[in-house]
Design a binder for this molecule. Structure first.
Ligand code: TRP
Length: 435
């Protein structure tokens, strides 16, 4: 029985490198072979449009990433492997979700905020050069995830906030229209950060220090020979800690091989020899995959066909689900025999509520209680009612996401699940009232 749905997307904006392979592709392909998971992997090409303005690059990257995943052993028979832009239901869902998403929440998305902060620091208009696409990024990503009711979303740390937002958006929709969406959780891939690049910093496209996964053999060797090391001479013992050469080796080798390599370091192996050993070890794993990759890249029509089959599989879920979601929000046929003549007002539901008050110590407090009067949040004392109200308003607008920052102002917090439900219920009612 498949019980867990795992889903992740790869933005088609670049060429896969060793860091992507070790941090995401290799573990993901392995995980996809587990019997109890149902996996969805897709090429996030709509997301690519947010940062790439070069059509040829988007297309080339889509081809390279698709070929890479297939060459690394992703089995399109076992998983659902598709291209985001082949699923028209995704942009459709994006709109439904946009209408239950607080703009204030998007204002606080890290990527958007970073652009605004940069502009502000440069004395420019805060939104200079910022597209609405960048601003809406988290909603599109929520649609990717919620469309397939994924339980688990493996992502790098930088994406965790987006998964939290997807949860918030799902909870708002569920509150308004019924329980349609599973609330997804991030599975953080921390080893991504561990792989160093050519200069010893984390391997990343933004540092321009990557080693592409499928460069020809001689180029791979050349790149490895160029890895930055200290200037210790042959015969001098070398430290493994902080050595990019050693860390890269370790990411590919067995613990036993790594121990032997560490011994060679202690015995003063020359850097040139160490790099040669690294190259051989890497190439041993990569070379068979490279052969398949090169075949695939020569035959884009075959990849296209695989993606089309994946899209058909994905749409077998997305099309009926979207029909249900449209129905839920009131996008309905007028001759379906169930046209309500008068708009139905939902019955009054008991809601959680914030309360503000003053204690005998003359300080100002607030608390959040659920519909049954159970305490969910309790503030510490504030000097002024205004300060208390501001803190309260922020929690009301931003939900769970801001509690970390406000923790000094709070004296009690219930379990995150209890808080999340209550806060998103309030958020959903705030954004829909008064009618
Ligand atoms: N934003 C993700 C990244 O840059 C890619 C992505 C798009 C994604 N949609 C997704 C990841 C849905 C997980 C789930 O890494």
């Amino acid at each position: 029985m498949k019980t867990q749905r795992v889903l992740t997307g790869i933005t088609t904006s670049g060429t896969p490198h060793l860091g992507n392979y070790v941090g995401a592709i290799r573990p993901t392909v392995r995980a996809s072979r587990l019997a109890e998971v149902e996996s969805f992997y897709f090429l996030a090409d709509y997301h690519a449009l947010i940062k790439v303005g070069d059509p040829a690059r988007v297309q080339r990257s889509t081809l390279e990433i698709a070929a890479t995943w297939l060459a690394c052993g992703l089995d399109p028979e076992k998983v659902t492997f598709y291209r985001q832009s082949d699923i028209p239901e995704i942009p459709e869902l994006t709109w439904l979700l946009t209408c239950v998403t607080g703009k204030g929440m998007l204002n606080r998305a890290h990527a958007y905020k970073a652009s605004v902060d940069k502009n502000t620091a440069a004395g420019e208009d805060p939104d200079a050069g910022v597209t609405a696409g960048l601003f809406m990024y988290p909603v599109l990503m929520a649609a990717d995830i919620l469309m397939f009711n994924a339980h688990t979303v493996p992502v790098g740390r930088d994406q965790v906030q987006h998964i939290e937002m997807a949860r918030d958006i799902a909870a708002s929709y569920n509150h308004l229209y019924g329980a349609h969406f599973t609330l997804p959780e991030a599975a953080i891939e921390d080893n991504v950060a561990l792989l160093p690049g050519l200069d010893g910093r984390k391997m990343s496209k933004s540092y321009d220090n990557t080693i592409p996964l499928f460069v020809p053999r001689d180029q791979l060797r050349k790149l490895i020979m160029g890895i930055l090391t200290d200037s210790k001479a042959p015969g001098e013992p070398k430290a493994v800690a902080g050595s990019a050469v050693y860390q890269l080796f370790q990411a590919f080798a067995s613990p036993k091989e790594s121990d032997e390599f560490a011994q060679a370091f202690a015995q003063g192996i020359a850097w040139g020899d160490a790099k040669q050993r690294l190259f051989e070890r890497l190439d041993q794993e990569i070379s068979p995959l490279r052969t398949v990759y090169e075949e695939l890249i020569q035959d884009p029509a075959r990849i296209e066909q695989t993606l089309q089959q994946g899209a058909a599989k994905a749409r077998a879920i997305a099309t009926p689900f979207t029909a249900r979601l449209r129905q839920a929000v009131g996008l309905r046929s007028l001759d379906s025999g169930q046209t309500p003549v008068v708009a139905t007002k939902p019955g009054k539901v008991a809601l959680p509520s914030f309360k503000q008050y003053r204690e005998a110590d003359q300080r100002f407090y607030f608390k959040l209680v659920d519909a049954q009067g159970q305490l969910l949040l309790q503030s510490a004392g504030f000097d002024s009612p205004k300060a208390a109200a501001q803190s309260m308003a922020r929690i009301r607008q931003e939900g769970l996401a801001c509690l970390g920052e406000l923790s000094a102002e709070l004296s009690f917090q219930a379990a995150p699940e209890a808080l999340e439900g209550a806060l998103s219920q309030l958020l959903a009612t705030d954004s829909k009232s008064p009618e």
